[in-house]
Design a binder for this molecule. Structure first.
Ligand code: RBF
Ligand code: MG
Length: 323
């Protein structure tokens, strides 16, 4: 089920920041609606309806999504403390799947208060031919809009409704919550099955203390924001960079107890790569947990262990066909 992602996005994606901009488009549109944290296999089934409709009937396949996550605004206490992807990462993943129009709507109290009918009227001001949703998706004030509501108004607004049933994995429906738990628990293979790709963290490379360089193993350190992290320790990773393409690496997610412990950090040593990536985006796929983080008594021992880790990662990734 794991599908490796292409590196470059060939076709440009149009972005509309609000419903007024969406209404101004000249082309017909086929829209998937939802939060889609992680863009997992269930979300992909919804997106496929919009993409297939655009391919069959002409027009643009689009995703209308919300940022921040609506639950952060409606019920902050119930909101997940971490997410599977940033908005930018979501945009990249859906573009790779064939979405050509990205509509991230700012979710604020005003949006939360909008009646389902008002939202639908604004949404369909332009030439909306298809609306695709997960069959249990709800929207609008008090979550009063649902698939039945959308079906009821389809003819009047001139769109066709696609209400897509959940995609199952090992007897249960795939959900973002379930994937977050799998990642947290270190079950990255289950996460990858449910996502339809390896779980990855897409972040900006930030400046570290340059100590890795002195150790002989320079690292790119990633700002991880509030993204869901897997268990700490050393991981074999595969990285995507927009110009350098796919790279293999060995990463430490931890607090560096050998150096007196700091805050949790994701440090990636890229195999066979030299160059600096400060300020650039790196997508780090967690392929295999190699060992827990340890406290070493000397830098020599740490260096020796990182050498062993690098060889283990290289070997594992080569056998998996990633290198
Ligand atoms: N630091 C530790 O204190 N314990 C470790 O077990 C450990 N393992 C690492 C494994 C790899 C593959 C890498 C790249 C780094 C590791 N580090 C570890 C972090 C290391 O101390 C850090 O990269 C440098 O100190 C630079 O910040
Ligand atoms: Mg219309």
């Amino acid at each position: 089920m794991i599908r490796l992602r292409p590196v470059a996005i060939a076709t440009p994606v149009l972005t509309c920041r609000n419903l007024e901009e969406l209404a101004c488009l000249a082309e017909p549109v086929h829209l998937a609606l939802g939060v889609f944290d992680g863009v997992h296999a269930g979300h992909q089934a919804v997106l496929a309806k919009a993409i297939d409709a655009a391919a069959g009937q002409g027009g643009l396949a689009g995703l209308v999504t919300f940022d921040p996550h609506p639950i952060r605004v409606i019920a902050p206490a119930k909101a997940p403390s971490s997410l599977l992807a940033t908005l930018d990462h979501k945009a990249d993943v859906v573009a790779e799947l064939g979405i050509r129009l990205f509509v991230p709507l700012r979710f604020d109290h005003e949006m939360a208060a909008m009646e389902a009918g008002d939202f639908l009227r604004k949404l369909t001001t332009g030439d909306v031919r298809t609306i695709a949703v997960g069959e249990d998706w709800r929207f609008g004030h008090d979550r009063s809009g649902d698939a039945n509501f959308l079906r009821h108004h389809a003819a009047g607004h001139g769109y066709r409704l696609e209400a897509v049933p959940p995609v199952m994995y090992q007897g249960d429906r795939i959900s973002s919550t379930r994937i977050r738990q799998a990642v947290r628990d270190g079950n990255l293979s289950a996460a990858a099955e449910m996502l339809g790709r390896p779980y990855s963290i897409c972040g900006t490379v930030v400046v570290g203390e340059q100590l890795g360089r002195k150790l002989g193993f320079p690292t790119a350190n990633l700002a991880t924001g509030n993204l869901q992290l897997p268990p700490t320790g050393v991981w074999a990773v595969r990285c995507l960079h927009h110009t350098h393409g796919p790279l293999t690496g060995v990463a430490n997610l931890g607090t560096r107890p050998s150096l007196g412990s700091g805050e949790l950090r994701l440090e990636v040593h890229l195999l066979g790569f030299s160059g600096d990536l400060y300020g650039e985006e790196l997508d780090v796929e967690f392929i295999r947990h190699l060992r827990p983080e340890k406290r070493f008594d000397s830098l020599d021992e740490l260096r020796n262990q990182i050498r062993i880790d690098s060889a283990a990662a290289r070997e594992f990734l080569r056998n998996k066909g990633h290198a």
